[in-house]
Design a protein around this ligand. Structure first.
Ligand code: HEC
Length: 184
């Protein structure tokens, strides 16, 4: 026999748990760095900052190089000249080197190593993302780094990502400098 109220109570319980979840302040259920790991994962930082390598199942992130950016051993030749038409940019198989109308950009090393973000502060990190300027002050950050969407994160979210980046294994990897189009 069905008890009609049970469905209503079930829906009410669902609504209650959903609302209590959404009002839980960030960082109460897990540490700030754990929340940063979650945010970095769903916001796709690995997509471009962890090099892809070819495996049996196709390209997969090389977690032994987690978040260390474009591998320095992989010296890229000049980008190919594309014929006129709708193809306007190219990328490396690692998804860490990119060339297009903006010039050439390489995903930097985000690990807390001297060749990565070890010298950065939380303030510089937040300012870079908010302003779209390299190191928060100099040249514009080039595509395809999606700083425009990241800039809309709350301070708490950006600070959580920064906290997480400080917990990942430091990896020595000196990424080449970007070459903005004006300098090509
Ligand atoms: C679609 C590829 C892509 C994604 C996704 C991406 N990045 Fe980047 N990121 C880049 C590239 C390329 C650069 C280098 C841009 C340049 O040299 O101007 C960059 C630069 C940066 C920089 C250096 C900014 C500076 O001041 O020079 C930081 C910090 C950074 N990314 C953090 C992140 C974080 C954190 C995430 C995830 C939330 C993320 N990126 C997601 C491609 C990406």
């Amino acid at each position: 026999m069905t008890v009609p109220i049970s469905i209503a109570s079930f829906v009410a319980i669902l609504a209650l748990s959903a609302s209590s979840e959404s009002t839980t302040p960030a960082g109460t259920s897990s540490s700030t760095a754990e929340r940063g790991e979650y945010l970095a994962t769903i916001d796709g930082c690995h997509d471009c900052h962890t090099p892809l390598k070819m495996g049996a199942q196709g390209p997969a992130p090389d977690m032994s190089r987690m978040l260390s950016g474009h591998p320095e051993q992989m010296v890229m030749p000049p980008p190919p000249a594309l014929p006129p038409g709708p193809w306007v940019w190219v990328g490396s198989g690692t998804n860490t080197a990119f060339a297009g109308p903006w010039g050439i950009s390489y995903s930097p090393n985000l690990t807390p190593h001297a060749t990565g973000l070890a010298a950065w502060s939380k303030e510089v990190f937040v300012k870079a993302i908010r302003s779209g300027r390299h190191f928060g002050t100099s040249r514009p950050i080039l595509p395809p780094m999606p700083w425009q969407t990241m800039a809309r994160m709350t301070d708490g979210d950006l600070e959580a990502i920064w906290a997480y980046l400080n917990t990942v294994p430091p990896i020595a990897n000196h990424v080449p400098d970007a070459v903005p189009a004006a300098h090509q």
